[in-house]
Every structure is written in structure tokens, then in C-alpha cells.
Ligand binder design. Structure first.
Ligand code: G3P
Length: 218
């Protein structure tokens, strides 16, 4: 399973990259705003700076919600760097835009997926990735992991190349469940990735090893 980090914070992206398990980055307009990035030139410069840190795909979201606007913005984003994946919302014109980009060989990530039907539509239009938001589903009392399972079954039934990018990851259990089901990618905060490191038996075991070594070498 590929590990993407869901942030626009350059320091966190660098830290995750240096950690050695990072395969890409996802951003969204809220994450860009959180970093105080505004104005077209600054936004483009920031995406380029992210691309310069990592080796893998970098999702950059369009703001337009009409077909022509999404095409214009998406083409501009895609020109920035070959790592850019144009992130497009799950709306009617978004599906048309995904089809357009797919025919041009430009990678897309269909975002704000909350149902299997939406994922199926995006895959049929040729999306490179679909992003089901599992944490946000959990927040409303629906099981986000069930949705990943449903989409996996559908994509496998028909051999869709579209990759499942489990988004809105909140904790290490989400990551493990997604890996069990066979999600192709997960995107989450650095804290959830680093939480995978932790087990009390590992910490206690290492403490004991080091104490025994120190005793033997005193
Ligand atoms: O980037 C899309 C998604 O991962 C958002 O996550 O935590 O805002 O629900 P969250």
C-alpha cells in the first residue's frame, strides 16, 4: 500500500519524506489555507515546492466547479510538474473533466467520494485515483472502512485500473484496516503514520536489551 501524507506543510512533508516511507502527497484548499497560502502565483509556487521535496504523486485541487474552469486550472497545474495529479471534486462537470484529462494522459484524483456509486462513476470516467473520505464518514455514523471494502470489490469485479486512495485517515487502525482490505493508497497525517511505530512490548523489550547490554559491559 502506498503512503501519502495529507498536508500542505512543507516541514511535515520533508519530515515524512526523510522518515523513508513516503510515496506522495495530497492537499486540498483547506490545507493550503491552513498554511496561509493565497493568490494564484503563491499557490502554484507552493505546489512546485512540494513537488521538489517528494518523488511521488502530488495531488493539487482545482477551485473551479464548472467544466471549462476545471480544464483551465487543471492544465495549468499539470504543467507545473509531472508529479502533479489534478484533484477534481465528485460533481457532474468533474466527471466530464476527469474524462478529458484521462484522454490527455493527465493524472486525476476524484475527491469527496462518499459512496460506491460515486467511485464507480469516477473509475468509468478514467480517474487515476478515487478518494473516499473514511474519517468523515465515521464522524457521521457510517462505517468508512465498509465503503473501502465495497469499492475494492467493484473495482476488482471489472478490473478497473483506478486506485483506491483512502482519505480522511484519522488513526493507525484506519491505516491497518485499509491495508487488510487492499486499498491501494492511504493518505493521512504524519501523526497516524508515526503511530504505526508504537507498541509497548517493543519499547519495554528495547529498554531491557539496552539494560542487559549495559550490565554486561559495565
Ligand atoms: O484531503 C482530503 C481528506 O483527506 C481530508 O481529510 O481529515 O479533513 O477529513 P479530513
Amino acid at each position: 500500500m502506498k503512503f501519502f501524507i495529507d498536508t500542505a506543510n512543507l516541514a511535515e512533508i520533508q519530515e515524512a519524506y526523510d522518515f523513508g516511507v513516503l510515496d506522495g502527497v495530497t492537499t486540498n484548499p483547506s490545507l493550503m489555507a491552513k498554511e496561509g497560502i493565497s493568490g494564484k502565483n503563491n499557490v502554484l509556487k507552493h505546489y512546485k515546492a512540494i513537488c521538489d521535496i517528494v518523488d511521488g504523486d502530488v495531488s493539487a485541487e482545482v477551485i473551479a466547479t464548472d467544466y471549462e474552469g476545471m480544464i483551465r486550472e487543471g492544465e495549468e497545474l499539470a504543467e507545473l510538474d509531472e508529479k502533479i495529479v489534478v484533484k477534481i471534486p465528485m460533481i457532474r462537470d468533474g466527471i466530464k473533466a476527469i474524462k478529458y484529462f484521462s484522454e490527455k494522459g493527465i493524472k486525476t484524483n476524484c475527491t469527496l467520494i462518499f459512496s460506491a456509486g460515486q467511485a464507480l462513476l469516477a473509475a468509468k470516467a478514467g480517474a487515476t485515483y478515487v478518494s473516499p473520505f473514511i474519517g468523515r464518514l465515521d464522524d457521521t455514523g457510517y462505517d468508512g472502512i465498509d465503503l473501502i471494502e465495497q469499492i475494492r470489490t467493484i473495482f476488482d469485479n471489472y478490473g478497473f485500473d483506478t486506485e483506491i486512495l483512502a482519505a480522511s485517515i484519522r488513526n493507525p487502525i484506519h491505516i491497518i484496516k485499509c491495508a487488510e482490505i487492499g486499498s491501494d493508497v492511504m493518505t493521512g497525517p504524519l501523526s497516524a503514520i508515526l503511530a504505526l511505530l508504537k507498541h509497548p512490548l517493543t519499547e519495554n523489550g528495547l529498554k531491557q536489551f539496552l539494560a542487559d547490554h549495559a550490565k554486561a559491559n559495565a
